[in-house]
Each structure stands twice: as structure tokens, then as C-alpha cells.
Design a protein around this ligand. Structure first.
Ligand code: SAM
Length: 223
């Protein structure tokens, strides 16, 4: 027979377990909601700062991607999710200061080409290539990304805008089967339904912001 004190002990232990489950559920839900909110809020801020006003101005065609750098944690995830091998050729579309293609060359010893339309970005990227000692691996070209032939690229890295990603789809279709396309923040356009093969979230500690990194393998599964 159970005594009054052992009933109390069982009840206390049960209450403790229930409380723990409740607490973990609340924390889990808050983390998930916090992540979504964090990403949405960041998109709203980007829209306000760079989108030219209006709802989802980012998605509207015609406006080139402004220069916003991918931070180190995002760069690391982009080159990791692209499963880059030393014999791969990596193209960086809208390379800015060249950080993505340079990081890939330094880490994996692969070759790469960075493309940017802005003369000052190209000059800066070339300096960074030299500073990183990867001139034998990385070339920087001043070129509009919509004129780049992607058939020799094993991995494409980009941080552009949704309409630009969408417009690039015919160029992606020229890539060899098994190639990878990696995009910071944005999907492959908002008209065609093109779910990624993998999407990972990066939380940037400096400002607690949430970034999404998407990866698609070619051939793209366009229905
Ligand atoms: C958001 S920044 C990304 C920079 C870098 N890839 C990074 O992740 O840190 C976009 C870059 O794309 C370049 N860009 C925009 N439109 C372009 C175009 N049509 N052709 C080539 N580069 C372009 C901009 O000059 C800018 O450097």
C-alpha cells in the first residue's frame, strides 16, 4: 500500500515532468516563430531599404540587386551546402567583393569565376583575390550575369533578387546534370513552383538575423 508521502512524491514527480514538457514546448514554438518572424522582419527591412518601396518590390523585375554583402556565417553555409569538390568550377553571379568565390577557392582549392556589373566591385574583388593568394584559381569578370553561359559551371552561388533568379532559369537549364545552384535568401522566382532540394537556416549572431540558404540540383524539376 502506498503511503500519503509516497503519493505526494509521485504527484510531485509527475507535475515536474508535465511542467518540463510544457516549458520545452513553449520554448520550441517560440524558437520556430522567432525564426520565421526574424526572416520576415529582415525581408521587410531589406524591402524598405533597397526595394524602392511598396510590398514585395524585390520581386518586381527591372531593378538590379543592390550591393549587400553576405556575412561570414552565410558564406560558410553557402559553400558547404553546394558540396563543392576541388575539381569543381564555381561561378559567383553578382560577386560583389568576391567573397563567395574566394572562400570556395580557399577552402576547397576549386577554380572559380566571379561576375559583377559594377566596375568598382570588380576592382575590389580582384584586389581581394590577390590578397587571398588565389589568383591561380579565381578570375573576376565585369559582365552582366544574364549574358553568362553556365554550361561549364558545376556550382553557381548568388545573392540576387527573386526576379533575377527567375530570369536566370533558362541559363540554369544549360548546366550539366548534377550541378548545384545556391541562393542566399531568395528562391528561384515566385511564378514557377520550384521547391529547393535543400534549404537551411543561418542565424547570424551579430544581429540575431535569420538567413535562408537554398540549394537546387540540376536538372531543375520545373513542372
Ligand atoms: C546582394 S550583392 C551580393 C554580393 C556578394 N555575392 C555577396 O553575397 O556578398 C549583389 C551584387 O550583384 C551585382 N549585380 C547586380 N545586377 C547585376 C547584373 N545584372 N550583372 C552582374 N552583376 C550584377 C551587384 O553589383 C552586387 O555586387
Amino acid at each position: 500500500m502506498q503511503t500519503g508521502s509516497s503519493y505526494r512524491a509521485v504527484a510531485a514527480s509527475l507535475s515536474f515532468r508535465i511542467l518540463r514538457i510544457l516549458l520545452l514546448s513553449v520554448l520550441g514554438t517560440a524558437a520556430i516563430l522567432g525564426g520565421r518572424y526574424g526572416y520576415e522582419l529582415r525581408m521587410e527591412r531589406l524591402e524598405a531599404d533597397y526595394g524602392g518601396g511598396g510590398q514585395r518590390a524585390f520581386s518586381r523585375p527591372g531593378r538590379n540587386a543592390p550591393y549587400i554583402q553576405s556575412v561570414d556565417a552565410v558564406v560558410a553555409k553557402m559553400i558547404q551546402i553546394g558540396t563543392i569538390k576541388p575539381d569543381d568550377v564555381v561561378y559567383d553571379l553578382g560577386c560583389g567583393d568576391g567573397r563567395l568565390v574566394i572562400a570556395a577557392a580557399v577552402k576547397y582549392g576549386c577554380r572559380g569565376i566571379g561576375f559583377d556589373i559594377e566596375e568598382s566591385r570588380v576592382a575590389e574583388a580582384r584586389e581581394n583575390v590577390t590578397r587571398a593568394g588565389v589568383e591561380h584559381l579565381v578570375e573576376i569578370r565585369q559582365q552582366d550575369i544574364f549574358t553568362v553561359d553556365l554550361k561549364d559551371a558545376d556550382v553557381v552561388l548568388m545573392y540576387l533578387l527573386p526576379w533575377m533568379n527567375r530570369k536566370l532559369i533558362p541559363q540554369f537549364e544549360a548546366m550539366q546534370p548534377g550541378s548545384r545552384i545556391v541562393s542566399h535568401d531568395f528562391g528561384l522566382g515566385d511564378i514557377v513552383d520550384l521547391p529547393s532540394d535543400k534549404t537551411e537556416q543561418v542565424v547570424v549572431e551579430e544581429d540575431d538575423s535569420i538567413h535562408l540558404i537554398h540549394m537546387w540540383k540540376t536538372p531543375l524539376k520545373i513542372r
